[in-house]
Design a protein around this ligand. Structure first.
Ligand code: PMP
Ligand code: GLN
Length: 385
C-alpha cells in the first residue's frame, strides 16, 4: 500500500526529471544520435586510465582524506596559480568533490538559509534553482539578454538587497556557449563591493574556450576571489564525465563552511582516481590544448550544418552549439526536440528547459563532443530537415 500523498508533501513539487535524463532516455529509446546530454562519445586518454588501473592494483582503494588527497590538492593549487595567478592553500582552501554538481549542492547548502535570495542567470544549469529551493532560499532569476545572452549588470544591481546571499555565475556558459568578459567581471566586482554577497562561480568548462579568448576565472580578480567558491570538473576536462570528480577552491573562511557540509554528503571521493589525477594534471599539455581540440570540433560541426535551415548562434566556449530552427517550424522547443528524436533520429536539448518560466526562442542545444563520424551523421540529418 502507498503512503497517502499529503504525507509525502514534496519538497520540490514542481520539479520533474532532469532534462538530461529525459532527452538521453528518449534518444536511446528511439536509437537516435544523442547530441543532447553533454558527454564525449570518444575514448579518454589511455595514460590516465593506466594510472588509475595501476593505483587500484597497487592497493590504493580505501577512503581518501575528507577534503581530498593532499598530493592532488597540491597539484590543483599549482594549476590554479599557474593559470590564474591565484594562490590557494591546499590544506585549507581546496576540496575534491564528487563532480562539480556535488560541489554546487554543497556550496549552496553551506550558505543559503531560509528566505535568502540567490541571483541566478537564465538560461541556467539544471541544479541551481532546485538546490536553492531545497535549502529554503528564493531564486531570483535574471534573463540573459538576447540575442547574445549578455548580462545586464544594471538590472542585477537593482535586484540586490539585504536578503541577497549569493550570485551564481557560469562561464563558459551551459547551455549558450557564451563567456563572461573582463568588463563583466569588473561590473560584478563593482556591484558586490562592500556587500556580504557570496559568489558561486561554476567554471567547469574553464579549459574549453575558443577564438583566443581568455577564461575569466573569478580567481583572477582578488576582490571577487575573496568572496567566491569556484568549481571545476575533471569529467569535462579529461573526457570522463562518468567518473564524477571535480573540485572547489575558496578562501579558508568559506571553505571551512563548505567542508562542514561536504563531509556529510560524500565525506570523500574515490581514491585511486585522485592518485592518478595528481600525477596526470602535472603535465599541463593534458589540459592546455583542450580549447583548440574542441574549437576544431565546433568548426567542423558548423561547417557540416552550413547548408541546413538551422541558424547558428556564436559558441565561444563549452562543447555545446545552439541552433535556431525558426526557419523550419513555429513549434515550441520541447515538441520540436521530441520530433527530431522520433522522426529524424537526432537528440538535442531545448534551451527552454533551462528556464523556470515558459519561453520559446526556437533554439536547441547540440553537444559536439563527438567523433567526426558522429558529427557527420548528425549533420547529414540536420541538413535534410
Ligand atoms: N555545471 C555545469 C554548467 C555543467 O555543465 C556540469 C556538467 N553537467 C556540471 C556543473 C556538473 O559537472 P560534474 O559532472 O562534474 O558534476
Ligand atoms: N552537463 C551535462 C549537460 O549539460 C549533463 C549533466 C547531467 O547529465 N547531469 O548536458
Amino acid at each position: 500500500m502507498n503512503l497517502y500523498p499529503e504525507a509525502i508533501n514534496s519538497k520540490l513539487p514542481n520539479t520533474g526529471l532532469s532534462i538530461f535524463a529525459v532527452m538521453s532516455a528518449m534518444a536511446n529509446k528511439y536509437s537516435a544520435i544523442n547530441l543532447s546530454q553533454g558527454f564525449p562519445d570518444f575514448k579518454s586518454c589511455p595514460k590516465l586510465i593506466e594510472l588509475v588501473h595501476n593505483y587500484m592494483k597497487k592497493g590504493f582503494n580505501q577512503y581518501a582524506p575528507m577534503p581530498g588527497l593532499m598530493s592532488l590538492r597540491e597539484a590543483i593549487s599549482e594549476k590554479t596559480e599557474y593559470l590564474y595567478n591565484a594562490v590557494y592553500n591546499p590544506d585549507t582552501e581546496i576540496t575534491v568533490t564528487a563532480g562539480a554538481k556535488q560541489g554546487i549542492y554543497t556550496a549552496i547548502s553551506a550558505f543559503v538559509k531560509e528566505d535568502d535570495e540567490v541571483i541566478v542567470f537564465e538560461p541556467a544549469y539544471d541544479s541551481y534553482v532546485p538546490t536553492i529551493k531545497l535549502n529554503g532560499g528564493t531564486p531570483i532569476c535574471v534573463h540573459l539578454k538576447m540575442p547574445d545572452y549578455k548580462v545586464d549588470w544594471n538590472e542585477v544591481r537593482k535586484l540586490l538587497n539585504r536578503r541577497t546571499k549569493m550570485i551564481i555565475i557560469n562561464t563558459p556558459h551551459n547551455p549558450t556557449g557564451t563567456i563572461l568578459k573582463e568588463d563583466d567581471m569588473k561590473e560584478l566586482e563593482r556591484i558586490t563591493k562592500n556587500t556580504g554577497i557570496i559568489i558561486l562561480s561554476d567554471e567547469v568548462y574553464e579549459h574549453i574556450i575558443f577564438d583566443n579568448h581568455n577564461h575569466q576565472s573569478v580567481c583572477r580578480y582578488p576582490a571577487l576571489a575573496e568572496r567566491s567558491l569556484v568549481l571545476s570538473s575533471f569529467g569535462k576536462t579529461f573526457h570522463n564525465t562518468g567518473w564524477k570528480i571535480g573540485y572547489c577552491v575558496a578562501p579558508s573562511n568559506l571553505m571551512k563552511e563548505f567542508r562542514k557540509v561536504h563531509q556529510f554528503i560524500v565525506f570523500c571521493v574515490n581514491s585511486p582516481i585522485q592518485y592518478a589525477l595528481a600525477d596526470y594534471i602535472k603535465d599541463k599539455s593534458n589540459y592546455e590544448n583542450l580549447g583548440e581540440f574542441y574549437q576544431k570540433k565546433r568548426d567542423y560541426f558548423l561547417k557540416l550544418v552550413e547548408g541546413s535551415r538551422f541558424k547558428k548562434t556564436p559558441s565561444l566556449g563549452t562543447y555545446f552549439q545552439s541552433l535556431d530552427y525558426s526557419k523550419i517550424s513555429e513549434e515550441d522547443e520541447m515538441p520540436f526536440a521530441e520530433k527530431l528524436i522520433k522522426e529524424h533520429g537526432i537528440g538535442s536539448v531545448p534551451i527552454s528547459s533551462f528556464y523556470n518560466k515558459p519561453i520559446n526562442n526556437k533554439i536547441l542545444r547540440f553537444c559536439f563532443a563527438k567523433s567526426d563520424e558522429t558529427l557527420e551523421k548528425a549533420a547529414e540529418i540536420l541538413c535534410k530537415i
